[in-house]
Design a protein. Structure first.
Length: 280
């Protein structure tokens, strides 16, 4: 992504050297060798000189305060600052402010393990029922355990009357998910020959999450925390990638800056050899 934004690293501001045999170039370059036997050598030297001139230009650019590497690093620094601000915002996000639910017993728990598998339970006056959807593969055998499809039960009816208006929808959504998690757990326990849980209450389906102020489901999982953890991980991954890219830019700039004396010497050597052949 960053590569696409800023262009490839090897496309710095210095243009590629012109082809050595390009017409209309420096007339000095076109001058033939005085000794025709030396023409091949002269052409090779001229190509080497062009390469050295290109290297020298790049090395000089790498030592100037304003350079293409610096520009790209500045952009990467800006991106990094944005990500760090996003991370800080993520950690200081407003907490929703949950509260414990009443210990209303979950009654009439019943799991029918025969096809079609069904799960039922009652909380207060609300009766919940799920049925397994049986899928069949092409050979006629049942496929892996299907999802349970809810037939009855409104989780919103379990939201206590005294719940603050701002939390009612969130709590209803949470209870909808948590009753479903509970139903699947009951089904799995019966199929695996494990005992059913005892003395379950509505409170067990919505324990306040101490980390984010939301609610945890029957299995102790908090959706809000999981979503935040995922977002945090994504941002941190992006920050790491950008920091690495930035380091690579500086490494490349440093490499070219350090090459200056060598590039200078190579250019001078090529030019002096060319002069010798031309003067013969
Ligand atoms: Zn949480």
């Amino acid at each position: 992504m960053w590569k696409r934004l800023f262009g490839r690293r090897d496309e710095t501001e210095t243009p590629a050297p012109p082809p050595p045999d390009a017409p209309g170039g420096d007339t000095r370059r076109q001058k033939p060798a005085s000794d025709p036997a030396m023409q091949g050598r002269l052409d090779a030297l001229r190509r080497r000189r062009d390469m050295a001139a290109y290297d020298l230009e790049r090395s000089e650019a790498a030592r100037r305060p304003d350079n293409a590497w610096r520009e790209r690093m500045d952009l990467l620094d800006q991106s990094l600052a944005t990500i760090k601000a996003d991370l800080r915002a993520l950690e200081s996000e407003a907490r929703s402010g949950s509260f414990p639910l009443p210990e209303t017993p979950v009654t009439s728990i019943n799991v029918n393990p025969r096809e079609p598998v069904s799960v039922e339970f009652t909380i207060s006056a609300e009766h919940f029922r799920w049925e397994e959807e049986v899928d069949w593969d092409q050979r006629g055998g049942p496929v892996v355990r299907g999802l349970l499809r809810q037939r009855t039960g409104r989780a919103a009816a379990l939201v206590p009357a005294e719940t603050p208006p701002g939390l009612r929808d969130a709590l209803a959504r949470h209870l909808e998910a948590s009753t479903s998690v509970f139903a699947h757990d009951l089904r799995d326990r019966v199929i695996n020959g494990e005992p059913l849980p005892q003395e379950v209450t509505l409170a067990d389906l919505a324990r306040p999450c101490p980390e984010c102020g939301g609610w945890r489901d029957w299995r102790g999982h908090c959706d809000a925390c999981a979503a935040r953890a995922f977002r945090r991980q994504t941002l941190q991954g992006e920050a790491t990638r950008i920091a690495e890219e930035r380091d690579a830019e500086e490494e490349d700039r440093y490499k070219w800056a350090e090459r200056l004396p060598v590039a200078r010497k190579r250019l001078a050597d090529a030019e002096s050899e060319i002069a010798q052949i031309e003067q013969r």
